[in-house]
Write a protein that binds this ligand. Structure first.
Ligand code: UDP
Ligand code: MN
Length: 275
């Protein structure tokens, strides 16, 4: 028996199973953020990810946005946190600011996947970052404003209904110290700053715009190693207000937005991988 082709077949089956079980996940609750999500998907495809690309949306987005997302994402999942649990519903009526936070932590309910990487809709992927799936929950990069907190724009997680429930309960009991998902997630994964250095992603996986003016020499030295850019803050590439930093990345963002979809070519990719 020749082991070569069989090996190849086994590898293929293994790979396709692995690819089906892991996904990049983003979120868009408004039409402008759908523009961002589109760029997340296109930039992941451009760099040949072998993983599924999934977007969670809320029912209010326009039909046009949904159609555009369906062209570039493997799955468009409608989530409506307001309907999911009565208790949650009541809490949200009193604390509307937690709405987007609850929508984001909904990613833990995607249990059809064994492991995921969440990317904010205001990120741009600059190279293949599939190696992120080698990391465990909860892996993330430090926040530039308070490096003992992780930034929740890019993180590796394991979907689990149990974890989701615990996160919801924590939010209902204590809210979030920054009124957003980042405060909640840092309270929940509170051992992140000290426990395991393997869960600290290098900063280049979540390079935020403000690092340019907070530490310009480092940006000049290391900026070219960036793997994922994060347009953190109130002004986004799609805002009418101009971003005054990282013009280069902003123009790359627009190029990606207007680019034609780069469809995945799994067979070519796989045969290349086996050579
Ligand atoms: N988001 C959304 N609609 C909103 C606000 C936020 O869909 O109105 C999602 C989107 O994926 C976004 C993420 O939540 O990237 C976090 O918000 P944002 O990126 O604006 O926060 P920042 O990174 O600037 O703190
Ligand atoms: Mn963001």
């Amino acid at each position: 028996m020749s082991s070569g082709p069989l090996c190849g077949l086994i590898t293929m089956l293994g790979m396709s199973k692995m690819s089906a079980g892991e996904a990049f996940v983003t979120l868009a609750t408004t039409d402008p953020y759908c523009m961002g999500a589109t760029v997340v998907a296109k930039s992941l495809r451009r760099h040949g990810t072998t993983r599924q690309i999934v977007v969670m949306v809320t029912p209010n987005i326009s039909e046009q946005s949904r159609v555009s997302l369906e062209k570039v994402f493997d799955e468009v999942i409608t989530v409506d946190v307001m309907d999911s649990e009565d208790r949650l519903h009541l809490a949200l009526l009193g604390r509307p600011e937690l709405g987007t936070t609850f929508t984001k932590i909904h990613c833990w309910t995607l249990t059809q996947y064994s492991k995921c990487v969440f990317l904010d809709a205001d990120t741009l992927v600059l190279c293949n970052v599939d190696e992120l799936f080698e990391r465990d929950e909860l892996s993330a990069a430090p926040d530039p404003g308070w490096p003992d907190c992780f930034n929740s724009g890019v993180f590796v997680f394991r979907p689990s209904l149990q974890t989701h429930k615990k996160l919801v309960n924590l939010a209902l009991q204590h809210g979030s110290f920054d009124r957003g998902d980042q405060g909640l997630l840092n309270s929940f994964f509170s051992s992140w700053p000290v426990e395991d250095i393997a869960k600290h992603l290098p900063f280049v996986y979540n390079l935020s715009a403000n690092s340019v003016y907070t530490y310009l020499p480092a940006f000049k030295q290391f900026g070219h190693n960036a793997k994922i850019v994060h347009f953190l803050g109130p002004v986004k590439p799609w805002s009418s207000q101009r971003l005054d930093t990282m013009e280069e990345f902003v123009s790359q963002w627009w190029k990606e937005y207007h680019s034609h979809t780069v469809l995945p070519a799994p067979m070519t990719q796989l045969s290349q991988d086996w050579d």
